[in-house]
Design a protein around this ligand. Structure first.
Ligand code: IPE
Ligand code: IPE
Ligand code: MG
Length: 244
């Protein structure tokens, strides 16, 4: 059961940080390199950021790797990204397990290559006993798509008589979301200077704090991350209430 949010003074570390890892293409193009070069450099940044989490007090890290809209890119870029995901999972699996990282994937797996889905399932199973950091990778993920899929399953439960429509409230839908076992994000970071959320964790981020920074994802380091996490501690989260 996902823990609920309540009004509190903005203190302490964000328990759940979600990151929109943006700017790989521009990072590569600025060096006259193909966009995929930037994606490879971006993937290499992930380990350092995951490993920084325990010391920073971050228990849950969710990263946006591929959106339901990213299929609109060229076939070369999409195929390159899919092969990067396969290689990344294969190469990083052991280190993730040994570092105590529990990995989960969110997003619609139906459109993904079967070989990739198998690797995703295996990595989830390999790390399911871990509890040091919970890393969630959003792959073929879209917030609207997630809500639509959740609604479909909710409607099926109503049709089968398993759910009373009168009992549906705002606690009901999250149980059908891909993130049902995760707390809501406290802090959402987007790199690359764009100030938009691009369909990421729409429902879950209702009361998240946002940080938009100009740094491109391949330049995002542990010290940039630590500075943002430190800054979070000074924010006052009100959740609609008036604090004394
Ligand atoms: C983010 O970097 C990674 C993915 C969306 C897969 P981009 O590829 O969007 O890089 P820019 O925004 O074009 O620079
Ligand atoms: C969001 O970045 C998706 C990921 C980081 C995976 P995009 O680069 O796809 O977003 P837009 O197109 O600039 O909104
Ligand atoms: Mg982008």
């Amino acid at each position: 059961m996902a823990p609920s949010n309540g009004p509190e003074k903005g203190k302490g570390a964000p328990r759940h940080v979600a990151i929109i890892m943006d700017g790989n293409g521009r990072w590569a193009q600025a060096q006259g390199k193909p966009r995929l070069f930037g994606h490879h450099a971006g993937a290499k940044r992930v380990r350092e950021i995951v490993e920084a989490c325990p010391d920073l007090g971050v228990k849950y890290l969710t990263i946006f790797a591929f959106s339901t809209e990213n299929w609109k890119r060229t076939q070369t870029e999409v195929a390159g990204l899919m092969s990067l995901f396969r290689r990344y999972i294969t190469k990083e699996a052991r280190a993730l397990r040994d570092e105590g990282v529990r990995v989960r994937f969110i997003g619609d797996r139906v459109r993904l290559d079967k070989k990739l889905v198998k690797l995703m399932d295996e990595l989830e199973a390999l790390t399911e006993e871990n509890d040091r950091v919970h890393l969630t990778i959003a792959l073929n993920y879209g917030g609207r798509d997630e809500v639509a899929r959740a609604t479909k399953r909710l409607a099926q439960d109503v049709a089968l008589g398993r759910l009373d429509p009168d009992s549906v409230d705002e606690e009901t839908l999250p149980k059908y979301l891909d993130t049902c076992v995760l707390p809501d994000p406290d802090l959402v970071i987007r790199t690359s200077g764009e100030a938009r959320i691009s369909n990421f964790l729409l429902w879950q981020s209702a009361y998240a704090e946002y940080e938009f920074i100009d740094t491109l994802w391949p330049d995002f380091t542990e010290s940039v991350f630590a500075e943002i996490v430190d800054g979070f501690a000074g924010r006052e989260r009100r959740f609609g209430a008036v604090l004394a």
